[in-house]
Design a protein around this ligand. Sequence first.
Ligand SMILES: [Zn+2]
Length: 272
Amino acid sequence: MGKCGEGYCQICGEYKKLSFEHVPPRSAYNDTPVAAVQMPIGSVESLSSDLDGPPMTMYLNKKGAGACTLCIDCNNLTGGSYGRYFVSAAKQIHDAVYSKSGSAVPKDNHLQIPLHDIVPARILKQVVAMFASIYSSSGNLFAENHRELSDYLLNVNARGWAGEHAFFMYFQKAGYARLISNVYVTREEPSLELLNKSGSVIDLGRDTISEFAFGFLGYIWAHGESIDIVRSSSHSFLDITDWRKEQEKRDLIISLPALTTFPPQIPLTYAQ
Ligand SMILES: [Zn+2]
């Protein structure tokens, strides 16, 4: 993609020519034009006033959703080594739910979905790579602030990372695309309150949550103390953190909570 120009790659951190990274991967139902949407990722005020926030760096265009976030090398690495495993799983989930003979079984607001011949560790790497890409929407560099996760992505054989990170998935049964990078949340109900008093939801400290949802799948990345908040949520998200250890092809039955996203863009909140 000639239009990307040069910039800092979110994964390796080098200043290089960038390429357009599809988030999610193009063949995971992200190859059709999508309407331009400005996501509120700026101030607390912008969250409450719906879609008036500053436009995010990530954009949705005729190629599908994505942004110029990765260098060509990192784009090739993630696409070839992680993306294709992710696409296989996404297609199986899609067919299980939407095809006439679909194998998804609804149970307690969840969908039980059998997956065949998947490599969980590679799927998790693609999810982490997608969070690296959307990190640019906060105006910051993933490779700088989360070098431990960059190293995990850059080494295909790496089985983990230093530091406390957890990753989760859900099924987005309806609603809006969601893109939230690095916010604080509290345990308080009913509405989660953003703690950052500076007017910015972006914080590079510990204990943040990021979430994005597009198409039919949603993802959550919790850091530090936020991990407990997500793990103890009544939504029972699918915790894919330990997929990092699953390097071999296998069959697996997953259980995804089926949730409807809605504005404003506050993580872990869904329509009833
Ligand atoms: Zn790179």
